[in-house]
Design a binder for this molecule. Sequence first.
Ligand SMILES: O=P(O)(O)OC[C@H]1O[C@H](OP(=O)(O)OP(=O)(O)O)[C@H](O)[C@@H]1O
Length: 155
Amino acid sequence: MDIRIFFTIIYTFTISLPPVVVGVATGAFLFSADLVRKINLPIPIDFVRAESYGSGTESNGAPTISFYLKVDVKNRHVILVEDIVDKGHTLSCVIAHLKSKGGFYPFIPSTNVTLALFLIKCPNHFVVGYGMDFAELYRNLPYVGVLKPEHYYTA
Ligand SMILES: O=P(O)(O)OC[C@H]1O[C@H](OP(=O)(O)OP(=O)(O)O)[C@H](O)[C@@H]1O
């Protein structure tokens, strides 16, 4: 059997396992919780922690990401759950890491990542609530709101 066909069969088999849900904490914790309760399968759920905004409203451009996944994502389909994408630094770091965990079958990455994003369209305002924060506050609001600039401008 051609080696590529062999690995494609293995890939098809492994990728047909139930997906692994990986939420990006902290912001995506409520969306992740709501999302997984709609999935009627015995699926593993885990989180990575990422932070680049600190207590301000601008990304520092270099997210601090802690990967302490308890779940093995190798050869699995990962549903990556994010609350919001702004500059995209966090997302690209996390995806690169997840893919590096999986290695490659010939020609095919063995860890597939699909993004489940909460805020797909967002006006150009600083939004909080439903997991999203300003200086660690407002995450528990049961809705998404716009933070008035007077709350974060000090000068
Ligand atoms: O596309 P980017 O510019 O990288 O920004 C998006 C990220 O910023 C926020 O996280 P934050 O750094 O505020 O940490 P938090 O999830 O703990 O609130 C948000 O939850 C995303 O993960």
